[in-house]
Design a binder for this molecule. Structure first.
Ligand SMILES: C[S@@+](CC[C@H](N)C(=O)[O-])C[C@H]1O[C@@H](n2cnc3c(N)ncnc32)[C@H](O)[C@@H]1O
Length: 304
C-alpha cells in the first residue's frame, strides 16, 4: 500500500488534496495567531507584552544607563567568586540577594544612581561586611551621588555593624575622569552635594552623620584632614587613571587599619586599564596589602 502511494502517478493524483490540507492548516495557524481574528494567540501575546513593560521599567536601563536584570549565569558567577574571596558560600548567596533588592530600591527612591554593573555593585555591597573589617570607619574615594555609600551603610548595619562613613569627591556637577570626556549622566541629575545628602538621608542616622568632603583625594589638605583615623574599609573609586589609582593606593597604605579591607573598583575593567596597571606597580613595592581575589569588576585587598 505504502509503495503504491509513493509512486509518481499516485503523488501527482494526490497533490491537489495535499495542497488543500496545507492551505487549511495555514489558515488555522493564522487564525490562532490573531491574524484577522480578535482573541487569537497574537492578540494575547501583545496583551502580555504590554503588561510586562511596566515591570521591566523597574529593572531596565532606561534613565540609568545600565540594565539591572542580571542573567542567572552572572548571579551564579558572582556568588561563586564572592564565596571564594570570603570563604562563606551561604553568606554570599544571602548577601547578593539582599544587595540586589537594596540596589533596586535605592535607585528607585534616590537621586542619580549607583555607578557600574549590577553584579559588581552587589559584589562590593556583599563582600565588605562578609570580610569582617577590623573597625567600622569607612572611606569612599569617589562617590558620584553618594548612593553606594548609603547602600554600604545598610549592608554593614544588616550584619550588626555601626558604620561611620567618610566621603571625598570633587562633586563637580558631573563625573570627572582625567583623559576622558564623561558626557551628561544618563539619569539627567547633576553630581552635587545636595544629591549626595539626599541619598545618605535614605540610610538613616549613620547616613546623615557621614562626613562629606568636597575635593580631590590627592590634595595634601584633603589628606591631612581625612587622615585623622585608621579606616577598616577603603573604597578606591575616584580618579581611574594609573597615576590617580597609584596615588590613592599609596595613601590607603598609610591610613588603612591593620586587617583593613581595600576595595579596588573597576579592577580589570577594559575601559579602565590604568587600575590594574597601578595595582601591579603598587604590589611590586614593599606593601602591607595582600590580594584576596576579585568579584565581578572589583579587586579586594587586606592590610597586614
Ligand atoms: C565611578 S564614580 C564613583 C562611583 C561611586 N563610588 C558609586 O559606586 O556609585 C567616580 C567619582 O570619582 C570622582 N573623582 C574623580 N577624580 C577624583 C579624585 N581625584 N578624588 C576624588 N574623587 C574623584 C568623579 O568625579 C566621580 O564622582
Amino acid at each position: 500500500m505504502r509503495a503504491l502511494l509513493t509512486t509518481k502517478t499516485a503523488r501527482r493524483t494526490l497533490r491537489p488534496i495535499a495542497d488543500l490540507i496545507d492551505q487549511r492548516i495555514q489558515r488555522q495557524i493564522r487564525r490562532s495567531l490573531g491574524d484577522g481574528s480578535a482573541g487569537g494567540l497574537g492578540h494575547e501575546l501583545t496583551a502580555l507584552r504590554n503588561r510586562q513593560r511596566p515591570l521591566e521599567l523597574l529593572l531596565d536601563g532606561t534613565g540609568r544607563g545600565v540594565s539591572r536584570l542580571p542573567a542567572q549565569v552572572h548571579l551564579t558567577r558572582a556568588v561563586d567568586e564572592l564565596a571564594l574571596v570570603t570563604g562563606d558560600k551561604a553568606g554570599a548567596e544571602r548577601n547578593i540577594a539582599q544587595a540586589f533588592r537594596l540596589l533596586i530600591a535605592l535607585e528607585a527612591l534616590g537621586v542619580g544612581r549607583i555607578a557600574g554593573g549590577t553584579m559588581n555593585i552587589c559584589g562590593k555591597l556583599s563582600a565588605v561586611p562578609l570580610l569582617d573589617p577590623p573597625n567600622d570607619e569607612i572611606l569612599e574615594i569617589g562617590t558620584l551621588y553618594g548612593m553606594f555609600g548609603a547602600a554600604l551603610i545598610r549592608m554593614m548595619e544588616r550584619s550588626g555593624r555601626d558604620p561611620r562613613l567618610t566621603i571625598v569627591d570633587p562633586l563637580a556637577g558631573l563625573q570627572l575622569q582625567p583623559g576622558t570626556t564623561e558626557g551628561a549622566d544618563p539619569t539627567g541629575t547633576p553630581v552635587r552635594g545636595a544629591a549626595v545628602r539626599t541619598n545618605l538621608a535614605l540610610a538613616g542616622a549613620a547616613g546623615a552623620a557621614t562626613r562629606v568632603h568636597q575635593g580631590f583625594s590627592e590634595d595634601p589638605e584633603v589628606r591631612a584632614q581625612l587622615s585623622d583615623r585608621s579606616y577598616g574599609v577603603i573604597i578606591v573609586d575616584g580618579d581611574h587613571s594609573a597615576p590617580g589609582v597609584g596615588a590613592d593606593l599609596e595613601w590607603a597604605e598609610q591610613i588603612v587599619a591593620p586587617g583593613g579591607v581595600v576595595v579596588l573598583d573597576d579592577f580589570g575593567h577594559p575601559k579602565w586599564p590604568g587600575i590594574k596597571e597601578a595595582f601591579e606597580k603598587h604590589m611590586a613595592t614593599n606593601t602591607r596589602l595582600t590580594f584576596l581575589g576579585q568579584v565581578a569588576n572589583s579587586g579586594y585587598l587586606r592590610a597586614s
